[in-house]
Design a binder for this molecule. Structure first.
Ligand SMILES: *Cc1c(COP(=O)(O)O)cnc(C)c1O
Length: 365
């Protein structure tokens, strides 16, 4: 039999979460962000759950081709735009919308021969200092683009650095508004955090398009301040394995590399077929939550390449073959949010889902 580990993708949960984004941003159109292979879920596997979106946003031309190959005829947006002039040929062929965030991308468009004018997202750097035109240069970029026959629509966009945190979006929104106020065109501002926290009450923020990514996959963008259940999000991915051994420890016995966990009394532990080579975070410490047969317990000692050790104290009937939920949906309606595992390991749900290893067999549940 194959090694007992697998990842499950839940289209029903993705569809629910997408609907949740719509509810948070009434009247706005929704880009389902599927960059990084649908945040590790697999674009093809996620598609069934996300095809009620108004468009798909991603980075890679190859990913855009995959979305078209699935039969999607609606908008596809390149969030980083073109990387070189030649990319515009594929934009024309696949009818892609693309971000314009620097002057050279306008030069390429001006020299591009196409029958079909493009829709572009003109990006402002409103304070994050990654991509975008400075506020003072924004209007002239807009004027240049709007003079091109190659362009037939310009959406105004920016991206928030602190939508999930205490700083919030107000400072960047003020910069954006001041520089874009009297320019015509649709607006797109909100990622998941801004959509969930602010879009419902603030139409000026909601704009015409929201761009939820992480929430669609069931992770709370502002964990632990708010948990996925608080936002009514469901896990889009389950990582599960089985116990392949159990051990009886005596007081003083140690577990795993570095002997970093030492039992202070007799205890029963299990060993699950999941390690860092499967994408489980190596830095998850003793105490990281895990479910065995749907019962919450904890990791013990260091994560190995192919195995983790688990405290079976709370689940005394567990044996070889018991189901181990590393994150996502467990048996009997149990759930272990990926955010809790990420937090224990000092990272975020985004990183864990994107890092699911290719060796883990993955299927649509
Ligand atoms: C990744 C990305 C998003 C989605 O962000 P989440 O935090 O996952 O919702 C939105 N907009 C842009 C420009 C992005 O790059």
């Amino acid at each position: 039999m194959p090694r007992p580990i697998e990842a499950l993708i839940h289209p029903d949960a993705l569809a629910h979460n997408l609907q949740r984004a719509r509810r948070a941003a009434p009247d706005a159109k929704v880009w389902a962000v599927v960059k990084a292979n649908g945040y590790g879920h697999g674009i093809e596997r996620a598609y069934a759950g996300l095809k009620a979106a108004d468009g798909f946003a991603l980075l890679d031309l190859a990913e855009a081709e995959r979305v078209r190959a699935l039969g999607w005829r609606g908008p596809i947006l390149l969030l980083e735009g073109c990387f070189e002039a030649r990319d515009l040929e594929l934009c024309s062929r696949l009818d892609l919308w693309h971000t314009v965030h620097r002057e050279a991308q306008i030069d390429w468009l001006a020299a591009h021969k196409t029958q079909r004018p493009h829709h572009v997202f003109l990006k402002m750097n409103s304070g994050m200092n990654r991509l975008g035109f400075a506020p003072a240069a924004y209007r002239s970029a807009w004027l240049r683009l709007s003079g091109l026959t190659q362009v037939d629509g310009i959406t105004l966009t920016t991206h928030f650095a602190d939508a999930d945190g205490a700083a919030g979006v107000d400072a960047q929104l003020a910069v954006f508004d001041a520089a874009a106020r009297d320019l015509p065109g649709e607006r797109s501002l909100c990622n998941s955090a801004a959509t969930l926290r602010f879009a419902a009450e603030r139409p000026e923020l909601r704009g015409d398009w929201v761009r939820p990514g992480i929430m669609v996959y069931g992770s709370a963008p502002d964990h632990p301040k708010r948990r996925s259940a608080d936002w009514e999000l469901q896990p889009g991915m389950t990582l599960r394995a089985e116990l392949i051994a159990t051990q009886r420890l005596r007081a003083g016995d140690c577990v795993g590399y570095g002997s970093s966990f030492r039992a202070d009394a007799e205890m029963q532990i299990g060993v699950a077929a999941c390690g860092y080579a499967d994408g489980y975070p190596r830095l998850a410490p003793t105490g990281t939550p895990v479910l065995v047969d749907g019962v919450r317990t904890r990791l013990l000692g260091r994560v190995s390449m192919d195995m983790v050790a688990i405290d079976l104290g709370p689940v005394s009937q567990a044996a070889v073959g018991s189901e181990v939920t590393l994150w996502g949906r467990g048996p009997n309606g149990s759930v272990l949010p990926i955010d809790e595992v990420a937090q224990a390991a000092g990272t975020i749900g985004y990183e864990l889902m994107c890092a699911l290893a290719p060796r883990v067999p993955t299927r649509v549940a």
